[in-house]
Design a binder for this molecule. Structure first.
Ligand SMILES: Cc1ncc(COP(=O)(O)O)c(C=O)c1O
Length: 451
């Protein structure tokens, strides 16, 4: 057994580096081949930020690009729309939508948020919403989405209610209780809540949110519409848009679904009075429905939207398809997180069932992560000195808790690790050893330079 393998020192880790031997399914060496374009010098344990795309899909994408370049007019006028419709139909079935009209393909979750929030902005501008009407969001909503809220809601006179996500968190009930409190405060102030924005998986800190339950509470409490920002969802948690029941639901396909950057679906539930949504880039199809508008937003490369059939073929090569991948990634990331927490004498930021294919692990307090800047410096140092790519989160201590470098202070730094099919045990060992080395050398974030 490898001496660097935690199995050799009795950590009880047993199988992560081994993938099941399945002759008819993709082999370990084929997986290596598919991701051989990844830099060999980097332990890439941050699939969550930008996702990953296998070589066979990059080749398929190139095929679509060449088809366009060979005869652009023919491709644009005779092929593109039917191919995008085909992709939308496949997505509709995967997410259990009722109708293909409910599924638009857009560039990314940021674009989808702009579509939904622009719609809210117009409602203020056109007098359907009134100054002081509220939008609810989690305090750790993605920064780009917060900016969209600022641009389209705050600027139009809307009021933003922020629900604090408890972290570290130990149960869904804690989240539900905070969410109810946020809605109650809106009601107490006589606010009409026009939109709730709920993450399905928060980015930083990373936690699976009980989205279905929160949507249900919104319905009970008379929130007008609900947008679920599920940028990380498809491929890392089960997605059934009918079960979740939101009005709008976006997931990137380039994060955990092996698509090239960038592509996302935006599901908009059909209702008797369907909302008047538009793509923020207005083009020829303005007014013909969001899905049609989004399929022609000027001359551009649409190839990432066209490879969905090939991506599904790629996924079929894994036992259990996307559900099998998702489950194995989840189990592996939890196992790796527990190994790291044990080595560092810390804990996970949430119980395993609240981790998707990512997990938060407390960093030893001796590293002194005391602010966002410290977290960024540590992340950069891990990349530059140790070849480890991992996001670091600074967690503001709860009331009464203090962070300190004497080793007994509360944990204020967390590493967010991801596990995707290409990862191996060695990637996490590299992170474990890098942190151990920093501790051994007495390095704290305060000693690191801003790069
Ligand atoms: C919760 C959440 N929302 C939105 C986004 C934005 O995704 P994109 O950059 O692909 O638009 C992210 C990206 O990580 C995210 O984590």
């Amino acid at each position: 057994m490898d001496s660097e393998d935690p199995r050799s020192n009795g950590d009880g880790i047993n199988h992560v580096s081994k993938k099941p031997k399945l002759s008819s399914f993709i082999t370990e060496s084929e997986i290596r081949e598919e991701f051989s374009h990844h830099s060999p010098d980097v332990a890439r344990i941050n699939n969550g930020s930008f996702g990953s795309c296998p070589a066979s899909i990059i080749a398929a994408q190139k095929g679509w690009q060449l088809r366009f370049l060979r005869q652009p007019d023919d491709f644009f006028f005779n092929n593109l729309q039917s191919q995008i419709l085909h992709s939308r139909t496949l997505i509709k079935d995967i997410i259990n939508a009722d109708h293909v009209d409910e599924v638009s393909i857009v560039d990314n979750a940021t674009t989808a948020a702009a579509i939904v929030l622009q719609h809210v902005g117009w409602a203020f501008a056109e007098g359907r919403f009134h100054k002081g009407d509220a939008v609810v969001m989690l305090h750790c909503a993605f920064q780009a989405v917060k900016k969209s809220i600022e641009a389209y809601v705050t600027r139009a006179g809307g009021h933003v209610i922020t629900v604090h996500l408890p972290f570290p968190v130990s149960s869904n009930e804690e989240i539900v209780a905070e969410f109810r409190k946020g809605l109650a405060s809106a009601k107490a102030n006589g606010k009409k809540v026009r939109l709730a924005i709920i993450d399905h998986i928060t980015s930083m800190p990373c936690v699976v949110i009980p989205a279905r339950e929160l949507v249900k509470i919104c319905r009970e409490e008379g929130v007008e519409r609900v947008f679920v920002d599920a940028a990380h969802a498809i491929g890392s948690v089960h997605v059934d848009v009918k079960e979740i029941g939101a009005d709008f639901y976006v997931s990137n396909l380039h994060k955990w679904f092996f698509c090239p950057p960038s592509v996302a679906f935006l599901y908009c539930r059909k209702t008797p009075i369907s909302p008047d949504l538009h793509h923020p880039v207005v083009s020829h199809e303005y007014g013909n429905g969001l899905a049609i508008e989004s399929a022609w937003i000027g001359t551009r490369d649409y190839s990432s939207q066209l490879v969905i059939p090939q991506v599904l073929e790629f996924i079929k090569r894994f036992e259990g398809g996307i559900e099998g991948i998702r489950k194995r990634n989840h189990d592996a990331v939890v196992e790796m997180a527990q190994m790291l927490a044990k080595a560092w004498g810390t804990n996970l930021g949430s119980p395993p069932e609240m981790c998707p294919s990512m997990a938060m692990i407390g960093l030893p307090s001796k590293l002194g992560v005391f602010c966002d800047d410290d977290a960024l410096k540590l992340r950069t140092h891990l990349r530059d000195r140790f070849g480890v790519e991992v996001p670091i989160h600074y967690q503001v201590p709860r009331d009464g808790e203090i962070g300190s470098t004497d080793g007994v202070g509360c944990v204020t730094g967390y590493a967010r690790i991801s596990y995707q099919v290409y990862n191996t045990l060695d990637d996490y060992i590299r992170l474990r050893n890098a942190i151990t080395q920093l501790l051994h050398d007495g390095v704290t974030c305060q000693m690191l330079q801003r790069e």
